[in-house]
Design a protein around this ligand. Structure first.
Ligand code: F6P
Length: 550
């Protein structure tokens, strides 16, 4: 079964939401809070060690009921069953979407094409575990008999962003191995990483689902060449000790010179941007140990169960997705900010940029027709408090509506209460400030206190007013652990899925990345042969300039 097709704007719920929006577009959250003392109690969800407070949104009970009705009318319930049940929901690539199987319990049954894939999944997990143990214990050694000290993950997109984000997020839990990431085809990136490495003690993990990606193959070749430099006394046979690969394309991996035993398989039904749960997460397991990697998976599985089994009104990913649709499609918001109040989640926004924008940046509906509504939110963000000193000005006083998720933790990892209390006071203060703003009267009261002249007050007042009424979700988690991180990532994955279902698009293909790749290949031929073909005049001018000055 494929996903059912329905233009969301044709549903009765959408039409009612449009009418309801007319009464809500000028609504002030400050008033909504005043009118209803139970607002926070109604608009928060508590699940495991997560508290999601969504009361600071421009919504009423009616908004939420209509959004939930929209979810029902587009067939979200059936879509979730198809997603978890292995239906071909990635229709344009003729694939099931089953990253959830990677974190299912070992004894689960997940059928793809009439075959239970769990035995294979469990086999790869066992391979990740034993390989991790061999490397971290020092039992597995490099070509001069020394244990490994460094690991380099070579990959790009989903074969880089997920592992890089999680390795950084779980830095507190890491062992002695230094894990590096090489992704960009920019030769300076790989050279900067190589210069820190000792070939005798470095393990290279080449991660590419297709094993055809230009960046990854180029970086792998450069690293292989460096590894085989005469000065190191290495030989072709040493490749087997230092290079492993994660891929679906065993043929191409072996052609690169990697032993078939050193390949960690993955499957077509795991999309690149949802693949950190597979062997693509090998560098995570190497960095924090297999037990922590398993915890990450089990946290994600707990969120899967919550998503799959909870009624929509108390279902965290569903509620977050619906709120996002409300702002995107009715208020016309174009972007959403993600502000984690922990430095460990520094790479969460770039990771979710791929997750969200590669998935839902589509303009053709599942019926093959161009959509007549907005899809695909722009995601951006940086950890607080740094972001407060960078772009918060625009969120507070700019002209754009930017709903924001604030992610914070009750306990810090290193336990420094002085820092953590300061950090979290900012976390709470910002969402409060975004809600209430500051009125002209409040500004004037401050001026009076300072004894400011009337003339100066009149000159400055307007600049110091904050309109407030800026929506935020507060996601407060007990502690950053491998399990809670797994739940957090899975929460966003399911939010992406729900939005794709509502927007009637295919979230699991990515045809939009192909054109640039094709053109780059033909331009590379022109650059290498120093002969520019026919292009638009701007591209010709730029290429000629580049060739002349290079
Ligand atoms: O950017 C396009 C893309 O196909 C992503 O979806 C994927 O994560 C990335 O390239 C890397 O692909 P691969 O793992 O096949 O090298």
């Amino acid at each position: 079964m494929a996903l059912h097709t329905i233009n969301p704007t044709a549903t009765a719920a959408w039409k009612q939401l449009e009418m309801h929006f007319q009464t809500m577009k000028e609504a002030k959250m400050q008033d909504l809070f005043q009118q209803d003392a139970t607002r926070t109690t109604q608009f928060n969800l508590q699940w495991n060690d997560f508290l999601v407070d969504f009361s600071k949104n421009i919504i009423t009970n009616e908004t939420l009921s209509l959004l939930l009705e929209l979810a029902n009318q587009v067939g979200l319930k059936e879509a979730i069953a198809e997603y978890f049940g292995g239906a071909i929901i990635n229709q344009t690539e003729n694939r099931a979407v089953l990253h959830t199987a990677l974190r299912a319990p070992a004894d689960a049954t997940v059928m793809v094409d009439g075959i239970n894939v769990m035995p294979e999944v469990n086999e790869v997990k066992a391979k990740i575990e034993s390989f991790t143990n061999e490397v971290t214990s020092g039992a597995r050694k490099g070509y001069t008999g020394k244990p490994f000290t460094d690991v380099v993950n070579i990959g790009i997109g989903g074969s880089d962003l997920g592992p890089a984000m999680v390795v950084e997020a779980l830095a507190y839990y890491k062992n002695h191995l230094n894990v590096h990431f090489v992704s960009n085809v920019d030769g300076d990136h790989v050279q900067e990483v190589i210069k820190k490495l000792n070939p005798e003690t470095t393990l290279f993990v080449i991660v590419s689902k297709t094993f055809t990606t230009q960046e990854t193959l180029t970086n792998s070749e450069t690293i292989k060449k460096w590894f085989l430099s005469e000065e190191f006394g290495t030989s072709q046979a040493d490749i087997a000790k230092h290079f492993v690969a994660v891929s679906t394309n065993i043929e191409k991996v072996t052609a690169f010179g990697i032993d078939p035993d050193a390949v960690f398989p993955m499957w077509d039904w795991v999309g690149g941007r949802f693949s950190l749960w597979s062997a693509v997460g090998l560098s995570i397991s190497l960095s924090v140990g297999y037990a922590n990697f398993e915890q990450l998976l089990s946290g994600a599985n707990a969120m899967d169960e919550h998503f799959k089994t909870t009624e929509f009104d108390t279902n965290i990913p569903v509620v977050l997705a619906l709120l996002s649709v409300w702002y995107n499609n009715f208020f016309g918001a174009e972007s959403e900010a993600l502000i984690p109040y922990t430095q460990y989640l520094q790479k969460l926004a770039p990771y979710l940029q791929q997750g969200t924008m590669e998935s839902n940046g589509k303009s053709v509906g599942r019926d093959g027709q161009k959509v007549n509504y907005q899809t695909g939110t722009i995601i951006w963000g940086e950890p607080g408090t740094n972001s407060q000193h960078a772009f918060f000005q625009l969120i507070h006083q700019g002209t754009k509506l930017i709903p924001a998720d604030f992610i914070g933790y009750v306990s810090s990892l290193h336990g420094d209460e002085n820092h953590h209390d300061k950090l979290m006071s900012n976390f709470f203060a910002q969402t409060e400030a975004l809600l209430h703003g500051k009125t002209a009267e409040q500004v004037q009261a401050e001026f009076d206190k300072q004894g400011l002249s009337e003339a100066k007050a009149n000159e400055l007042r307007a600049f110091k007013v904050f309109e407030g009424n800026k929506p935020t979700n507060t996601i407060l988690i007990q502690k950053l652990t491998p399990a809670s991180l797994g739940s957090l990532i899975a929460m966003y994955e399911h939010k992406i899925f729900v939005q794709g279902v509502i927007w009637n698009i295919f979230s699991f293909d990515q045809w939009g990345v192909e054109l640039g790749k094709q053109l780059a290949n033909s331009i590379l031929n022109e650059i290498e042969s120093k002969s520019v073909n026919t292009h638009d005049s701007s591209t010709t001018f730029l290429l000629e300039y580049f060739l002349k000055n290079k």
